[in-house]
Design a protein around this ligand. Structure first.
Ligand code: ADP
Length: 484
């Protein structure tokens, strides 16, 4: 079992209106360790009624929270950040146990997650309005920014902590309360954050965590008119559904949806750096991030050399239980995730692709999968269109810049993209031509709290992190003073 320095962080209750709430008559959801199949904990299986209660509590708590000075709210966020760092080892252990990622990566996520609280604890003090040059001598025109109101958040399992703090950080800093539904697979990281939030001094009702039935909770969050804003990170399919469900109450939406990231290696690239970037971008979190390279395009002249170097680096990656030392890749989140990777490989092989390394479920069993490289990928393959969300790197060959830009943009997604080149003119030209919200140039790692994270096209709406991340939780109010 999980041994923690602070066992209080492992909660099996939901957190609503500042109360820790047990499951109703033992109605719970199991949380399993994907590396072992063991049940780690049970959390309440809640639904519409509990969600409505949390929303009403948030609305009741809102006036006092928005009346606090930004400085006072931000001091609480700052304490929350410090508590996360002080408890980083335990938070990482909880995350690895429910999500599977290697402990070092989990700890990295905790630091990354905490950085959003730190950032918005600072940024929240810098929300500024405008005074406008008046068009009439007897009037004065002022623009103020106000918190939008009760926010609902639905988060995924691939970053069980960071996807919460980058929503809760700006919401709370702006003066909004938030009701959160974490992913079924990873509620424990969310509940541990709630423990620390309570300790940091977040008042009752301002941050609630409702665990359980996605549809019932999501249904209430989207239909309840008290909820002014919904923020969601997850699949494009569920994003579309929530968008539709939010139409009747005209909610403001932030949607961080799927990606299909191209990773382009030009002839003039530093190949070793490109291999390093590809490993970081493709195999981090076992390939389960929405900004993971999904399609690797390599220019003709360096294709074989890159494939060889990448295969050599991939064959050194160690797969295992994330709790063990020296592991690079943990298991996939579940059997369905493993099946999808397998289907993409089978489809690629049937259409002429060749497996250079990996290609099969790992001998460790459960949902472990071998990190895989496939050469000879073509646009007809499923990997060209669909996000694999697993450790498969398909290598496409290209000849000209025009060809690769056309192929890279030939997708409904537009989240992250990457390319490697040492030619400054090409760097600028390609960066402008890529229809993506984010472009990594000569790097495979782009996410941090300072930068605006988000997509174009069907990858979503809004930006998270950065100074732009505050805007998603604010509304503009215009004051017109007459008779001056
Ligand atoms: P993933 O492929 O990452 O599991 P999902 O979009 O299925 O992506 O899940 C992301 C989040 O959306 C999770 O918290 C999940 O429980 C939630 N979710 C899934 N289906 C629904 C739904 N119908 N209504 C509300 N939330 C949902």
């Amino acid at each position: 079992m999980l041994s923690l320095k602070n066992p209080q962080l492992l909660r099996q209750q939901a957190y609503i209106n500042g109360q820790w709430i047990d499951a109703d008559q033992g109605n719970t959801v199991e949380v399993r360790n994907p590396a072992t199949g063991e049940v780690v904990a049970h959390v309440p299986r809640m639904g519409q009624a509990e969600t409505r209660r949390a929303i009403e509590a948030a609305n009741a708590a809102w006036p006092a929270w928005r009346r606090l000075t930004a400085k006072a709210r931000c001091a609480i966020l700052r304490r929350w950040y410090e508590l996360m760092l002080a408890n980083a080892d335990d938070l990482a252990a909880i995350m690895t146990a429910e999500q599977g990622k290697p402990l070092a990566e989990a700890r990295g996520e905790i630091v990354y997650a905490a950085s959003f609280l730190e950032w918005f604890a600072e940024e929240g003090k810098r929300v500024q309005g405008d005074t406008l040059a008046t068009p009439a001598a007897d009037r004065r025109l002022i623009v103020v920014k106000e918190p939008i109101g009760v926010c609902a958040a639905i988060t995924p399992w691939n970053f069980p902590s960071a996807m919460i703090t980058r929503k809760a950080g700006p919401a709370l800093a702006a003066g909004c309360p938030m009701v959160l539904k974490p992913a079924e697979a990873t509620p424990l990281s969310a509940l541990a954050l709630a423990v620390l939030g309570e300790e940091a001094g977040i008042p009752a009702g301002i941050f609630s965590v409702v665990t359980g039935e996605a549809r019932a909770i999501g249904g209430e969050m989207t239909s309840n008119p008290t909820v002014r804003k919904l923020t969601f990170t997850g699949s494009t399919e569920v994003g579309r559904l929530l968008f539709r469900q939010s139409a009747d109450t005209i909610k403001k939406l932030s949607l961080e949806l799927g990606g299909n990231a191209p990773f382009i290696v030009f002839d003039d690239a530093d190949l070793d750096a490109a291999v390093e970037g590809a490993i970081a971008s493709k195999y981090r979190n076992a390939g389960q991030t929405c900004v993971c390279a999904n399609r690797l395009y390599v220019q003709d002249g360096v294709y074989d050399a890159f494939a060889e170097k990448l295969a050599a680096a991939v064959s050194k990656l160690r797969v295992g239980n994330g709790a063990d030392k020296g592991v690079d890749l943990g298991p996939l989140i579940d059997d369905a995730a493993l099946a999808k990777v397998q289907e993409h490989i089978e489809d690629a092989v049937a259409k002429g692709g060749k497996v250079l390394v990996g290609g099969k479920p790992h001998a460790l069993g459960h949902s472990f999968f071998e990190p895989t490289v496939v050469v000879g990928a073509t646009p007809e393959m499923r990997v060209a269109r669909e996000e694999t969300f697993g450790p498969l790197a398909p290598l496409f060959r290209f000849k000209t810049d025009e060809d690769v830009i056309a192929m890279a943009n030939d997708t409904e997604f537009g989240l992250a993209s990457y390319f490697y080149s040492n030619n400054i003119q090409r760097v600028w030209r390609v960066a402008e031509a890529l229809e993506y919200g984010m472009v990594g140039i000569n790097t495979g790692l782009i996410s941090n709290e300072v930068a605006p994270f988000g997509g174009v096209k069907q990858s979503g709406l809004g930006r998270e992190g950065s100074r732009y991340g505050m805007d998603d939780y604010l509304v503009v109010k215009y004051l017109c003073l007459g008779g001056m």
